[in-house]
Design a binder for this molecule. Sequence first.
Ligand code: MN
Length: 152
Amino acid sequence: QPLIITTELFYSHSGTSKGRKFKVMADDTLILHVEDNFENRMLVRRLLLSEGYQVIEAEQAAQALEILKTTLPALILMDINMPDMDGYTLTNTIKAMPQMVGIPIIAITANVMKGDREKTLQAGCDGYIEKPIDVDRFLEQIERFLHQFARH
Ligand code: MN
């Protein structure tokens, strides 16, 4: 179904547009990136757009929840450390939303201790990608997760 999202944080490979209304389909190329760090968002955006994905970004948890009221991404990339709510709590909240069933949430985390990884999965994340992002492997990791959790 066509959805209207109004945001300054929606990007497609046809270009960046700010402050406009977009009509987007909930489709298999749309990725929501939740991340408070600007440089990290830029890097992920550049990589994803180069492969033809569409990217919508949330700088904080509350914004992510607002976006998800009207938007159904194919995959969510989740930062853990954010100012308003941590990624564990946000993942829990999203996983409790009926329309989000089956949508993978992949943590991007600098917490590399074994216990931290388990905590990520216990919180409901479907996988994780380590920070700093390996630019040579990132797109392959995304594609693998999309295939693994493909909607039918
Ligand atoms: Mn952060």
